[in-house]
Design a protein around this ligand. Structure first.
Ligand code: ZN
Length: 81
């Protein structure tokens, strides 16, 4: 997957028990808060229900974060009685 920084096209939506990741409106101009050194434009909002905190993530960090969650999420609908 190729991510171009100049063209914001990533629209991820991930909702779990303790978090929700949703796309930010395109007109919103806020910096990524995932990493002090990132400085990219945020494209997604990450809400943590455990800590009631909100983080703003750029394309890169949203992707990286979603990959981390992927490996931890339980697989759904497999022999659920
Ligand atoms: Zn970032």
């Amino acid at each position: 997957m190729v991510t171009k920084m100049s063209d914001v096209s990533l629209r991820l939506t991930l909702v779990g028990r303790t978090f929700s990741l949703t796309p930010l409106p395109r007109h919103l101009n806020a910096p990524c808060t995932a990493d002090e050194e990132c400085g990219c434009r945020a494209t997604h909002r990450l809400l943590s229900r455990r800590t009631a905190s909100v983080e703003l993530l750029c394309d890169r960090h949203a992707l990286a974060w979603s990959r981390e969650q992927d490996s931890e999420l339980p697989t759904e609908a497999t022999g659920d009685a």
